[in-house]
Design a protein around this ligand. Structure first.
Ligand SMILES: [Zn+2]
Length: 400
């Protein structure tokens, strides 16, 4: 074991990891878990019994015998929705229920007006999660009306994970100085939700949730990764030594207000000029096109123009890609990840991705890019709620 391996080795065989091995199909028996973890059969049995008692694992009959008593097979219960998740964006929210393996049972996208303020927005989304939890087998189930939250339905959940498109102080779940979220500054999301539903509430930044969701579903073999979320806003989440890295307060990976070379340097919502968000976010592209006299109302319109080959929109997308690449080059040289993956609505924008990639190769140390993967996050619209569910599952396992 090298010194670099130490952090992962320290986690080896913990209840979270045992659960994950069963959830991913890497292990179906106690013997598999013992072999993977290097732990003794009796230690594994003890931990498995605890997970079974907590309802996090179940036994599903007998496996194949190699002589002697046939071993009992282990599985993660999939009989119903057990975790709630909300991935809030500037204009839409993805809400869902997921099982303990992180599989989406039900997912739904709802329009959101973030400027309506936290009570109205979160109240309606919690009601939606309650409606999904109350009817786990009915895909058409929906409250959609913001009806009062059903305590009974939500009580069946192990917890609700919530992603916020702004900075979240990790220890308190409080939002601190978000851009384009009037009325949300200082709001205590966890306390508000805990007052409405009687289950654990875990709050995090949306880019962190994307990082965790992508890492657990598509990149779990890679220990060091940077995930960029490029939509209306822009941010990133960092996986270091296999774990989500939040830093001291929870702001690690927030690249939105790093300064880039831009002339003229547009004024940012934070009051500085030339921030990455003011140059390269979806909101910045909408503003820049409008300033050029192009009648575009939202990011969907911008993406349509780029897909149609509009030269103004395409030039702006290339400029945005270069700006993201400039900041990421610093991150990659400093952090040396194995993969840089971009998600969010701008990730499908080919000119942006090409410029980002070119800038990274131009500006990074050859050793840093020699084996670096630069690609799209391929996990689709559920990546945020998947990350939210994994946060809750990790919390439930750690608390027991
Ligand atoms: Zn700024």
């Amino acid at each position: 074991m090298t010194i670099d391996d130490a952090p992962r080795e320290a986690l080896r065989g913990g209840p979270r990891e045992l659960l994950r091995w069963v959830a991913t199909g890497a292990a179906v028996s106690r013997a598999d878990l013992s072999r993977l973890s290097g732990l003794s059969p009796s230690t594994v049995s003890q931990r498995v019994e605890a997970l079974i008692n907590q309802g996090l694992l179940e036994e599903t009959g007998a496996g194949r015998s190699r002589g002697g008593r046939r071993p009992r097979q282990l599985a993660v219960p999939t009989g119903g929705a057990v975790v709630g998740a909300i991935d809030l964006g500037a204009h839409h929210a993805r809400v869902g229920t997921l099982d303990l393996s992180g599989r989406v049972v039900q997912g739904r996208t709802l329009p959101v007006r973030i400027e309506d303020g936290p009570e109205a927005v979160l109240g309606a989304l919690l009601a939606e999660v309650a409606a999904l939890a109350a009817a786990p087998d009915d895909p058409a189930a929906s409250s959609a009306t913001g009806s009062p939250t059903s305590g009974a339905a939500v009580g069946a959940l192990r917890g609700i994970g919530i992603g916020i498109p702004g900075p979240v102080q990790h220890a308190t779940g409080r939002i601190v100085s978000p851009s384009r979220m009037p009325g949300w500054n200082g709001f205590d999301v966890a306390a508000f939700c805990a007052g409405r539903v009687d289950v654990p509430i875990i709050v995090d930044n949306d880019a962190n949730l994307m990082a965790l969701g992508a890492h657990r579903t598509a990149y779990s073999e890679l220990d060091h990764a940077v995930y960029i979320k490029a939509g209306t806003g822009i941010g990133s989440g960092v996986i270091s030594s296999g774990r989500l890295h939040r830093g001291a307060q929870g702001s690690a990976g927030d690249i939105s207000h790093c300064r880039v070379v831009a002339d003229p340097a547009p004024l940012c919502s934070c009051g500085n000029a030339g921030c990455l968000e003011a140059v390269a976010s979806g909101a910045a592209l909408v503003t820049a096109l409008r300033d050029q006299g192009v009648p575009v109302s939202d990011l969907t319109g911008v993406i349509r123009l780029i897909d149609d080959g509009d030269r103004h929109a395409t030039a702006l997308a290339r400029q945005a890609g270069r700006a993201i690449g400039e900041i990421l080059a610093v991150v990659v040289n400093f952090f040396n990840p194995q993969v840089v993956a971009i998600g969010g609505r701008l990730a499908d924008c080919e000119p942006l991705l090409a410029s980002m990639r070119a800038t990274l190769y131009e500006r990074c140390l050859p050793l840093a890019t020699q084996t670096l993967l630069i690609e799209r996050v391929a996990t689709g619209q559920d990546v945020g709620i998947t990350g939210a569910a994994h946060l809750v599952i990790d919390h439930v396992v750690a608390a027991n």
